[in-house]
Design a binder for this molecule. Structure first.
Ligand SMILES: C[S@@+](CC[C@H](N)C(=O)[O-])C[C@H]1O[C@@H](n2cnc3c(N)ncnc32)[C@H](O)[C@@H]1O
Length: 418
């Protein structure tokens, strides 16, 4: 079996940087890497690139400029884009190829600013040496690079979600009954919507004005069986609706902590608490993937329509497991995927921030919960949720692909001996 790591270096015209990278990879790493290079277009081999590589003892004069379209059948392990243009226009590769971007300066562009022939070649030499240093770290460094990129794209997703919910928090000056936001149909007022989600009219009336933002997809308290004196944590607390209701149930000997990553939401929730004089509720700024909460300190974790928005759900479940006391429990309302989403509902920020395309299937949720250490895992799909979910993206048929579900799980043990 071929043990070589197959790497394609890709740039705009396959004339200079990708050719140097291929040359270095063959020269320095021939025993472990099988290297190719290509361009999004073909510009012919750059003679200065050939010259400075020859100075370094690498002959690339026999290379030709190739179009990436002609190499799509090769089962690459990695495609390394070495310029920004190739990174942005890189085609989709079939199979397991992972695309990693490692940008280098463009020698011809640098050379335009150079004073004479010697300085021009120095630009090529500098980039040649930077590419050599990078190739020397291959293939191990690609794994690291890949993880850094994964982290960056998770951060980018979280930022989109944060921006979206900041907008909602800022635009929403009113209380129950006003036109609602992403997860709520325009045609329904908030108490009506909340009753559809399983709240009572008394619930709606019991919370501070503005706390019920109509952003949930169920009523986690309905399955939480909260007891006086318990400590409750709400993941993605928004305007604080579920926190205030939980606070009533756990009473003055209990405590509720809401965590949300959107400062505007937090500001709103804190203001709601202050106005209502709720002394057993506090709101903390933080990501549910990195909870600002001590180990083994919480009896019950509730959450309403939030975990689907996390780009790292496994990390969320590991964190919830960490902060729960032994014997503690999860009681979550969230969106789950029933069937593979069609293209129209899959891509784009609107369906992700709108609690649709980030949802995972019931078996996948179960797997993640058990992997985090939870037992007694149950996920109950609420068929009746189709009624309000169809309003989220009217006419799209979204209700056939996702549904609201109640998710429960336990951290084994008892608080007395844990
Ligand atoms: C759909 S709203 C639900 C709000 C609230 N649970 C409710 O039912 O009204 C989602 C909330 O989760 C927050 N959120 C989303 N992703 C988060 C994350 N990774 N960490 C912390 N908060 C997050 C958003 O800022 C927003 O306030």
């Amino acid at each position: 079996m071929d043990q070589h790591v197959k790497i394609l270096f890709l740039c705009t015209g396959n004339s200079c940087r990708s050719q140097m990278a291929e040359g270095w990879a063959r020269h320095l790493k021939g025993g472990v890497i099988e290297a190719w290079s290509a361009g999004i277009e073909t510009h012919g081999l750059n003679p200065n690139a050939v010259r400075v590589m020859a100075e370094a003892g690498v002959d690339i004069s026999g290379h030709t400029s190739k179009n990436v379209a002609d190499l799509m059948d090769i089962p690459f392990d990695y495609v390394v884009t070495v310029c920004g243009h190739a990174h942005e226009t890189c085609p989709m590769f079939p199979g397991k190829a992972r695309v990693v971007h490692v940008g280098f300066d463009d020698p011809p562009a640098l050379a335009k600013l150079a004073a004479g022939e010697g300085e021009k070649l120095d630009c090529y030499r500098r980039v040649r040496d930077e590419i050599r240093a990078f190739v020397e770290t291959l293939p191990e460094s690609l794994n690291k690079q890949e993880h850094t990129m994964e982290d960056q794209s998770k951060d980018a997703l979280r930022n989109e979600v944060r921006d979206r919910y900041a907008q909602i928090a800022r635009s929403d000056g009113g209380c129950c009954g006003e036109k609602s936001s992403c997860c709520a149909p325009d045609s329904m007022n908030r108490p009506e919507l909340s009753v559809n989600l399983g709240y009572s009219e008394e619930d709606c009336a019991a919370v501070p004005e503005g706390a019920n933002m109509g952003l949930g997809c169920g009523n986690p308290r309905a399955i939480a069986a909260l007891q006086p004196g318990e400590t409750v944590l709400d993941l993605g607390s928004g305007g604080g609706f579920d926190c205030f209701l939980a606070a009533k149930q756990v009473g003055s000997s209990g405590r509720v902590i809401g965590v949300d990553m959107t400062p505007d939401m937090l500001g709103k929730a804190r203001e709601n608490a202050r106005r209502g004089g709720w002394s057993n509720v506090e709101f903390r700024l933080g990501e549910i993937e990195h909870l600002p909460v001590a180990d083994n300190s919480v009896d019950v974790i509730i959450s309403n329509c939030v975990i689907n928005l996390s780009p790292d759900k496994e990390q969320v479940f590991r964190e919830t497991f960490r902060v729960l006391k032994p014997g503690g429990r999860l009681a979550i309302a969230d969106v789950v995927m029933l069937r593979e989403l069609p293209e129209s509902l899959r891509g784009g920020s609107a369906t992700y921030c709108g609690c649709v395309s980030g949802a995972v299937s019931v078996p996948e949720l179960g797997r993640m919960l058990r992997a985090a250490g939870f037992t007694s895992v149950s996920v109950e799909v609420k068929e009746e949720s189709r009624e309000f979910i169809q309003e989220w993206f009217p006419g799209s048929g979204v209700e056939s692909f996702v549904a609201s579900a109640y998710i429960q799980a336990k951290k084994e043990g008892c608080s007395c001996c844990g």
